[in-house]
Design a protein around this ligand. Structure first.
Ligand SMILES: Nc1nc2c(ncn2[C@@H]2O[C@H](COP(=O)(O)OP(=O)(O)OP(=O)(O)O)[C@@H](O)[C@H]2O)c(=O)[nH]1
Ligand SMILES: [Zn+2]
Length: 380
């Protein structure tokens, strides 16, 4: 895990890292931050033609819906090469309008190798656009690459380790610190901070009252971070209201836990969420915008939430959510969801489209919001 963490650091700085798959070494670089000469530079370093690895979501957004997994495109020298890189990292309406353009390269699409999957996992974990430049290191260039690894200027990670990095090192969370934090809506409240083993993400368990005393299921909210909504009361979503309503509801239910999870933008990170908002302003809905960026409709993993609940000795919960995906993720993690309780924010002109896409396309249970039946400050 240590190597993966350092590799993520390098990728975010725009440096190449080496992925080792058996006997093969593959140079990898993020598409994000790649300049005009990055492809030719990488070709020189690896001694081979680089390829572009795109997620299946990005391929679908570019008009290749039949590709079921990620795939790669060799970037042979020529006029089309820069256009392909632009297609990978161009999120202006103009490039999205270039749907179908990929058809020209359809026959060159190659199935992905383990190193390609590892590269995209690293990009996602780094909260970068999930597209990578990869180049297999030639026999001729291998001594030069090994020398860079030995002197420590580049890092190597094993493909299988990198592929697992999205799970965040389950079962190895560190309980780091805690404090009493009286809240306006819940006076008897403690914040407990948990850190993932690679040190990259921190999550907070907000413990209200004394949950877990007795047999009743513990009222629980899993809340994914939303800087814009939670902190600034953005009108584009309902997160801030849901957050405050959750605290009040848990207090009214006699105490429970709110897990504030570092999963900004459904797991794609703030930088990408802002890109997605700009795409939405050009007409896409919340799910299609993420797809254009190369992401699935929900990139969150809840293993970390299950681990925190284990650490807090919580096995049975009453879950405050409208998202059936959270209910099943907890159940899969061995947490018994005894009951689901709805939790609404209010509808406005700015978030109507977002909420209706969640309801109609992602299966969120929001009918009451659209029927005007919600009581956003509902207690038990
Ligand atoms: N990618 C993306 N993320 C968004 C957008 N709007 C809000 N979000 C994120 O969506 C997440 C919403 O989190 P939650 O409220 O915990 O979960 P939920 O899936 O809406 O389900 P509930 O439990 O019913 O609230 C947050 O991480 C927000 O940052 C958007 O347009 N695009
Ligand atoms: Zn939000």
């Amino acid at each position: 895990m240590h190597q993966v963490e350092r590799a993520i650091f390098d990728l975010r700085r725009g440096l190449p890292v080496v992925i080792i798959d058996g006997d093969t070494r593959v140079l990898v670089q993020a598409i994000e931050g790649a300049g005009e000469d990055t492809v030719s530079c990488l070709a020189g370093l690896a001694g081979n033609t680089p390829s572009l690895v795109l997620s299946r979501h990005r391929l679908a957004a570019l008009g290749e819906p039949d590709v079921r997994r990620l795939a790669r495109l060799p970037l042979t020298e020529g006029a089309g090469r820069q256009r392909l890189v632009d297609l990978a990292f161009g999120f202006t309406p103009e490039v999205t309008a270039g749907r179908g353009e990929l058809a020209k390269w359809r026959r060159s699409l190659e199935p992905a190798q383990p190193a390609d999957r590892a590269a995209l996992a690293l990009m996602r974990r780094s909260l970068l656009i999930p597209a990578a430049l990869v180049a297999r290191v030639s026999e001729a260039q291998r001594p030069a690459v090994d020398a860079r690894l030995e002197e420590g200027s580049w890092l190597a990670v094993r493909a299988d380790q990198a592929e697992q990095c999205l799970e965040g090192g389950m079962g190895m969370l560190k309980r780091v610190s805690e404090a009493r934090i009286p809240l306006a809506d819940a006076f008897d409240c403690r914040f407990i901070l948990f850190r993932e083993p690679d040190g990259l993400r921190e999550h907070v368990a907000v413990v209200i009252g004394e949950p877990g005393n007795g047999d009743a299921a513990v009222p629980l909210r899993l809340h994914s971070a939303c800087l814009t909504g939670d902190l600034f009361a953005s009108l584009r979503c309902d997160c801030g209201e849901q957050l405050r309503n959750a605290v009040a509801d848990i207090q009214a239910l006699g105490g429970g836990v709110l897990l504030y999870l570092a999963q900004e933008g459904r797991g794609i990170g703030l930088a990408n969420k802002l890109r997605a908002y700009t795409l939405q302003d050009s007409g896409l809905d919340t799910l299609d915008a993420d797809q254009v960026l190369g992401f699935g409709e929900d990139e969150r993993h809840y293993g970390v939430a299950v681990d925190i609940l284990d650490a807090l000795d919580i096995r049975r919960v009453q879950l405050l959510t409208n998202n059936p995906g959270k209910v099943s993720a907890l159940a899969e993690g061995g947490i018994e969801v005894v009951e689901r309780q709805a939790l609404y924010g209010s509808l406005n002109d700015q978030n109507r489209r977002y909420l209706s896409a969640k309801s109609e396309r992602a299966g969120h249970l929001l009918d009451a919001v659209f029927n005007g039946e919600q009581d956003s400050s509902a207690g038990p």
